[in-house]
Design a binder for this molecule. Structure first.
Ligand SMILES: Nc1ncnc2c1ncn2[C@@H]1O[C@H](COP(=O)(O)OP(=O)(O)O)[C@@H](O)[C@H]1O
Ligand SMILES: [Mg+2]
Length: 143
């Protein structure tokens, strides 16, 4: 781990703003793994990434049923949600690899579903539910 940033937010708007600021530091090929319970704020954070990269924030929804959404901004955002995937063959059929180190950024909710295929060169972003409106966000750079 190279570095770690810790941030507490007190509303979804603050989480969006934090992600918006963070998005401006990203470059094509970056991979973001979002870890945390349901409702912890992962998808809200992706809205902020979209805002920061000038994509349509309204398009950002949890891709739970389609598994991946693409948002077009200054560069594409490939947004995966692996929550419903359990079988290794379902995960393999998604070809997540094709979207890593690509022309855009890959953002993956429930990355542990990838098992041994979980990318190592990534931002590891953990969300903790502190209270109804309070979240702790830890961003680590992994290599
Ligand atoms: N500080 C906060 N940061 C992010 N979301 C918050 C915060 N406070 C309340 N919320 C609410 O918590 C929920 C988070 O949902 P979501 O982002 O979909 O979580 P996840 O993708 O982790 O399941 C939303 O309803 C959001 O409005
Ligand atoms: Mg989500």
């Amino acid at each position: 781990m190279k570095s770690k940033i810790k941030k507490i937010t007190y509303s979804s708007e603050e989480t969006i703003q934090a992600a918006c600021d963070f998005a401006k530091t990203l470059k094509a090929g970056d991979v973001l793994l979002l870890e945390g319970d349901l409702g912890a704020g992962k998808t809200t954070f992706v809205k902020g990434l979209a805002k920061g990269l000038k994509a349509k924030v309204k398009d950002v929804v949890s891709p739970t049923f389609v598994l991946m959404n693409i948002y077009q901004g200054q560069m594409p955002i490939y947004h995966f949600d692996l929550y419903r995937l359990e079988k290794p063959e379902e995960i393999a059929s998604l070809n997540v690899d094709e979207y890593l180190q690509s022309d855009g950024i890959a953002v993956i909710e429930w990355p542990k579903r990838l098992g041994a295929d979980m990318p190592r060169d990534c931002y590891w972003i953990e969300f903790k539910h502190i209270s109804e409106t309070e979240r702790e966000i830890n961003i680590s750079v992994m290599q």
